[in-house]
Design a protein around this ligand. Structure first.
Ligand code: TRP
Length: 357
């Protein structure tokens, strides 16, 4: 996204807070609640998996309470058609559980199914100004990417909705990519202003921290941004054969000696990175092994490494796919739990605002 527009100082401060949080997680994760989520737009690819999903599973295993949001209302921020949203939600649930999110420990919910969460939007909207909303660089670049000239009301205000997603359950660890930082900053401002203006300075909402991952960005197989619409992905749901075929067609260069050089050889380096993430070996080491055997060998190695890494996930995925009833029962359980927590928060909000009749 529009990274350049996110000022260096605010990035550096967020990074410092993120590193401190990472230390706390290692030492004592008690009291930490992770809240993060995805727009349900279909099945996930390896960019999602290596970029975020794997990290969420790590945090869950480290003992951080795990809340995963299916941000269905956010699908309609920049597109006119909802599409088969239930199908997309099902794919997302399948990928979550296959990758290792534990349905017994995690709370997975859709925000459209939690009315009290959405009601927080009203007091929160009173705490932000139009210029503040219009300045959000991520919202601006999403408007541009959608190819629309006029800003929709939901697109303009969704960072405030996102604040409700995070604050309703007092999430304090928000693992996100850099493009989401403006929304986390907006959430922190809303928490602060709510405490001052409506809670008489009481510490009602805690300002959450972004947890910035150091996972490298995986490019698509053509060297562009990985995205389903470009057909340059490897999906978690693909078979090993499909994966090998896709990787075989990946763009590379004509230099036979394989080296890890992301600046000058982005496509070759991207394959090396995929192989590295799949095996836990460094990309340089893998490049040295291949030597001057060329891109063909690199592709075969990468496909094998990736397929081996994904095999257990794909096996679980295939089982889960057989049982959509189970998947939606996990979601409904999460929705029930989210509603309990959201109702409690909204009741306390009404209380501090003097709106109990
Ligand atoms: N805006 C996020 C995205 O586009 C998804 C999201 C919605 C989210 N609500 C959230 C992420 C709350 C973290 C916390 O990817």
């Amino acid at each position: 996204m529009n990274d350049a527009a996110i000022s260096r100082t605010s990035y550096d401060t967020a990074l410092e807070r993120s590193q401190a949080l990472e230390q706390k997680i290692a030492q004592d994760p008690s009291g930490l609640r992770m809240l993060t989520g995805d727009r349900p737009t279909g099945a996930l690819h390896i960019g999602h998996y290596f970029g975020t999903l794997q990290n969420r599973v790590r945090l869950q295993s480290a003992g951080v309470e795990t809340w995963l949001l299916v941000a269905d209302y956010q699908v309609i921020t920049d597109r006119d058609v909802v599409g088969d949203i239930a199908g997309s939600v099902r794919e997302l649930l399948t990928d979550y559980l296959a990758a290792g999110i534990d349905p017994e420990r995690a709370t997975i919910f859709a925000h459209s199914a939690v009315p009290a969460l959405n009601q927080l939007l009203l007091p929160f909207l009173s705490l932000v100004t139009q210029p503040e909303l219009e300045r959000n660089p991520t919202v601006k670049s999403e408007l541009q990417a959608a190819g629309k000239s006029a800003m929709g009301g939901l697109l303009l205000t969704y960072p405030v909705h996102q604040a409700a997603d995070i604050l309703f359950c007092h999430g304090n660890v928000v693992p996100v990519g850099r493009d989401q930082l403006p929304h986390i900053e907006q959430t922190r401002v809303i928490a602060r202003r709510f405490n001052e203006r409506y809670a008489g300075g009481e510490h009602f909402f805690t300002e959450p921290d972004a947890l910035l991952s150091d996972a490298p960005t995986i490019l698509g197989l053509d060297g562009d941004k990985m995205s389903k619409s470009r057909g340059n992905t490897v999906m978690l749901k693909m078979t090993a054969d499909e994966t090998a075929k896709r990787i075989k067609k990946a763009k590379t260069d004509s230099e036979r000696l394989i080296t890890y050089d992301p600046d000058n050889r982005p496509e070759v380096s991207n394959l090396l990175m995929i192989a590295s993430l799949s095996t836990g070996r460094s990309p340089q080491e893998i490049a040295e092994d291949i030597g001057d055997k060329g891109a063909g060998t690199l592709k075969v190695m990468t496909a094998e490494a990736l397929n081996e890494h994904l095999a257990p996930i794909r096996a679980r995925r295939a089982e889960l796919e057989q049982d959509p009833g189970y998947l939606f029962s996990v979601l409904r359980r999460g929705i029930d739990r989210a509603n309990e927590v959201a109702d409690a928060t909204l009741n306390r909000v009404r209380d501090v605002m003097g709106m109990v009749y």
